[in-house]
Write a protein that binds this ligand. Sequence first.
Ligand SMILES: [Mg+2]
Length: 403
Amino acid sequence: MKITKVVCTPVHIPMEAPLRWSMGVENGTTRTIVELHTDEGVVGLGETYGGASTAARFRSAEPFFIGYDPLEVSRIVKNFEVFRTTSEQSALTIELRYVAAAIEMACWDIIGKIQNKRVCDLWGGADSELVPFVAYLFYRYKSRDGKLGGEDGPESICDQYADHVSRFGFTGLKLKTGVLNPVIERATVRRLRETFGDQIQHLRVDPNQVWCTATAINELKKLAEYDLEYCEDPTFNLEGMSRVRATVPVPLATNMAVLNFDQVAPMLRMWALDVILVDPYFWGGITQCKKLAAVAETFGFGLAIHSDRELGIGMTASLHLWATTPSLCHKYDSHYPFQVDDIITQPLRWKDGSVALPKGPGLGVEIDRDKLNKYHQLYLKKGDEIEFFDSQRPGWIPHVPLW
Ligand SMILES: [Mg+2]
């Protein structure tokens, strides 16, 4: 069997209402859907970060995977490992890691389909058929029709959590912070604890690096009494994180300060943090995530999966990853409940806070052609979603630090 061609389709899927984060607003998600064709008619599905620019990179990377047998997935992964380098070509190399992630994902889907095995079974078997999540809460602007969103403080965030608990059965949460004055955000965390008590088994906050070190130290000292599982990226870079970590009794996590293997060693020497949120796209694919999991086991730091508005193909690949990787010891969180739709035939469903692994071979998902076309047309109209802006605050420019 040989890989003959790749078809890439960028899509845009809107949010129910604009999600606010520390550096702007997320109005939707841009993802590229990948179909990897073979000479025997089997097609593998993949998904990756980014739109037309990423899609164009697949063509330049064709010598790395066209003509290979999908069963040679390790050779294909090795070909793409040249892009582990960080250099003056950083924009190029990161996009080629997005390409690598999707091609590897699609190869595993093909292998599963021809072997009639689920991807999790190819990876040694799932520890659990259920992947547990916590709610991911956001301050939001109102939707265009004014019916959804508008959360702007403690009470409305508690309402959002109660809504997600009733619909999805979550028993924990992550709150996107760094958006409002830290005093309001601390009051939000306090209200969540007062209202829901120990029903919240895991409580995370994520200001995405916009607290200066003094704010991070002061806020986390005060937030510690609310029993945080961890704080993601309280402040900028490893140096700042290590200063905060030395001072506060709250574990720290990152999906921003460590994005590559060459950043792991200094992180460990500085003991800058406790948890890495590994991202299958930024890190260059599932194999790289599995390698990081081995490092995490060896050096005793925690591992979680980073989420950034994935759709069902990418989410499902990460479900298989979670279920087969014991060192992924922290629950998953996801924007998915806020996204208005998906491009697969059976969108993900939560029951008692968990999503079940699909039963079908490969990844276990299929593309809904009408939806793929619909949201591709929307992408052609809207272009890439760029979340570093806030059209509702004219003249406002994000900055690090903000608070
Ligand atoms: Mg984060």
